[in-house]
Ligand binder design. Structure first.
Ligand code: SF4
Length: 605
């Protein structure tokens, strides 16, 4: 019989918000006198898995925050968890073990255990093999050899006969030294006060080495800047530099948890090239990444993580990157005979539209704006009706300034822009400062009448939360829903993919595309996820210039012309994958790369 686990996601459980332990009040088991749901020591609900029956599916549905999971584990899963967070917490069943000489990617949705898996590899989390197991070991331990109590020895036993056994033997013998870049780089300024240079000096005393790494990552100009003053993209690259410089003589496993968030496409490519160079026969690199084009470019092999978000996660064995990404999109692991998603994610081959003879919605003449040292200019252009216009360009070239001018938030110094049309705008920065104490249900009064929007963005479990309680990805989904729920002529979305996992990005892309098509509306979408921009756009605006000094908006162009000009500036070429149709970056100097460059065809057509 398939095993079942019962889980309460503590960060979602909100006993005040549900009117006081709703689960305890409605649980059929509790009504029969069993203590299925109780109040845990942390004041949150706690579920007793031993007495939890199928009848509790009603309780799962009643929790307004979606905090309760009752999940049947796959029948083939016979192992015990490697780690479990508390007696009714998330379980991780396997690990993605680094392979020497390779960049090993980890792909999966948020809440599936990717960060926990890499923290165990980095020895930042000591596995407990399921909390009950750990407790049993503690009581039975008397009389056993001392070393058998150690988690590393248990891992060696657990993974006997696999790559993982060899890896953990090296860990036990002190031959593995891990350096890790954590996911949440925005937490760094909260714990460190000082310049970027001082932060890097804390992990490396060699100033020449710091300067060389900073130069390669393009952060040489911010070394003297206070950490609290640098941008998100700069902070990300400082964190990558710190991970590489830390014990650089001795680290032989580098772990990068989401190394490209906040980076523009040019920086993503550069950071990927830099990270790739770290993989040598004597070193291994592990990277968690949500941008599929970047993952494809960065990794040699990929572990797919699947399961149920918040409840349990399993890491597949590694597959070559192309196969792994296509398998992920298919939702079916053939070798494991495991379907982890009911539907396949498909990319259609659509010929780039040559958009001519369209009806205009918003028009502007040449205009310019000076903001401190930064000068922004735009050549005359027009947004047509019933189109999605993608916007690509490096950070610091004025993309957000342009969007804010379109939205009427700021005015140009010379010339004019400003739409006499109804605009709905989702800004880039969506920090929960304003309305932090408001419940999502109040913010999304209109969206709640739109069942498609609510379902596709999975808003329902967020409705009773306060805005300040939302994670980055949840807040992003709420703000996208708010923007799209408005009845507008022009939808402006600035970086809608930020904080979203790979599946949410695809879901948002499809939703946007469908809504603009069905309602005949126009959207302008700024993003650094090339796959998303390619998927949704009919036309493209390209921003050029020198970051923080001068920026120029050009277009809109046809997709072919815009992409060719943008990809040429990055010196990369794109092709479609022959099986999945997804866009892929050609390997530099590969036959296709050389052919396409020779023909001036940087974008597939
Ligand atoms: Fe309320 Fe859900 Fe928490 Fe139970 S699990 S106390 S129903 S929020």
């Amino acid at each position: 019989m398939a095993r079942r686990i019962a889980v309460i996601e503590k960060d979602k459980c909100n006993p005040q918000g549900c009117g006081g332990y709703l689960c305890i009040r409605v649980s059929p088991g509790n009504r029969m006198g069993n203590e299925v749901f109780v109040i845990g020591p942390d004041g949150k609900a706690q579920v007793n898995e031993e007495v939890c029956t199928d009848a509790e599916s009603i309780t799962v549905k009643k929790c307004p925050f979606g905090a309760i999971h009752m999940v049947k584990l796959p029948e083939k899963l016979t192992e015990k968890p490697v780690h479990r967070f508390g007696i009714d917490g998330f379980s991780l069943f396997s690990l993605a073990v680094p392979l020497f000489g390779q960049v090993n990617g980890i792909l999966g949705i948020n809440g599936i255990g990717k960060s926990t898996a890499v923290k165990i590899i980095a020895q930042m989390v000591m596995p407990n093999f399921g909390i009950k197991e750990a407790a049993a070991t503690a009581t039975e331990a008397k009389g056993k050899k001392e070393e058998e109590k150690e988690p590393i020895n248990k891992l060696i036993k657990m993974f006997k006969g696999s790559e993982a056994q060899v890896f953990f033997e090296k860990v036990r013998d002190g031959k593995i030294r891990v350096s890790m870049k954590p996911q949440a780089v925005d937490a760094i300024p909260k714990t460190f006060k000082g310049t970027a240079q001082q932060l890097l000096h804390k992990v490396c005393s060699d100033s020449k080495k710091i300067a060389a790494v900073a130069e390669e990552l393009g952060i040489g100009n911010v070394l003297e800047t206070e950490i609290g003053q640098v941008s998100g993209g700069e902070l990300q690259r400082i964190a990558i530099a710190a991970a590489v410089l830390k014990d650089s003589q001795s680290s032989n496993v580098f772990v990068f948890d989401e190394p490209t968030s906040y980076l523009d496409i040019k920086q993503r490519i550069k950071a990927s090239q830099y990270i790739r160079k770290l993989a040598k026969p004597e070193t291994a690199v592990v990277a968690v990444e949500h941008d599929l084009i970047v993952m494809d470019y960065l990794a040699d092999s990929v572990h797919i993580m699947y399961g149920e978000a918040g409840a349990y996660g399993i890491a597949s064995k590694p597959r070559p990157t192309r196969t792994a990404i296509n398998t992920y999109l298919e939702g079916y692991l053939k070798e494991e005979n495991m379907r982890f998603r009911q539907h396949e994610i498909r990319f259609e081959t659509k010929p780039p539209k040559k958009v001519i003879g369209k009806e205009g919605l918003v028009k502007w003449g040449d205009f310019s704006k000076k903001l401190g040292k930064f000068r922004f200019t735009a050549a005359a252009g027009e947004l047509p009706k019933k189109h999605v216009i993608g916007v690509l360009g490096e950070n610091g070239l004025g993309k957000t300034t342009f969007v804010r001018m379109l939205a009427g938030e700021i005015k140009p110094d010379v010339g004019s822009i400003g739409a006499s049309v109804r605009i709905s705008y989702k800004p880039q920065y969506i920090h929960a400062t304003e309305k932090a104490d408001e419940q999502v249900t109040n913010i999304l009064a209109k969206a709640q009448n739109d069942a498609q929007l609510m379902a596709r963005l999975e808003i329902e479990p967020l409705l009773l939360k306060k805005v300040s309680e939302l994670s980055g990805g949840e807040l992003q989904r709420v703000m996208i829903a708010k923007c799209l729920a408005e009845d507008a002529d022009l939808y402006l979305l600035d970086e809608p993919a930020a904080y979203l996992d790979v599946e949410q990005r695809i879901a948002v892309s499809k939703l946007l595309r469908e809504r603009m098509d069905v309602h005949g509306k126009t959207a302008l979408v700024v993003d650094h996820d090339l796959l998303l921009v390619d998927y949704i756009s009919d036309m493209l605006m390209v921003f050029e210039g020198e970051p923080a000094i001068k920026g120029e908006a050009k277009g809109p162009f046809s997709m072919e012309d815009g992409m060719n000009s943008f990809l040429r500036s990055l010196n990369i070429t794109l092709r479609r994958d022959k099986d999945s149709n997804r866009p892929r970056i050609n390997s530099p100097e590969s036959r296709l790369d050389r052919e396409q460059k020779a023909q001036g065809r940087f974008y597939y057509s």
